[in-house]
Design a protein. Structure first.
Length: 95
């Protein structure tokens, strides 16, 4: 199972996930893919101006992981291409 699939699986099981993102702003094509161990590469077509790229990253992650945008948090790296993200599950599963 690849890293992206592992993250999705944990979220579906009600777990919070944290991971690093290598962001490429101003790309021609929008994509999300495995990059390195524990890192996801995200290409977005928005420029890194006035938070546009960060907003686009949050929207893309939200759609990819099927969670509300408010559940996607940039923990660090708001002004850097390497970011740490945290995603909260839709609702925790109580066992």
């Amino acid at each position: 199972m690849d890293f992206l699939s592992e993250l999705k699986n944990k979220l579906q099981n009600g777990m919070e996930v944290c991971f690093n993102v290598k962001a490429i702003a101003g790309a021609k094509k929008v994509s999300i893919e495995n990059f390195d161990i524990g890192i996801i590469k995200i290409k977005i077509n928005k420029k890194a101006i006035e938070g546009q790229a960060n907003k686009a990253i949050i929207e893309l992650i939200s759609e990819e992981f099927n969670v509300p945008k408010k559940n996607v948090i940039i923990v660090s790296g708001e002004k850097n291409s390497l970011k740490s993200l945290r995603i909260l599950p839709k609702r925790p599963i109580i066992k």
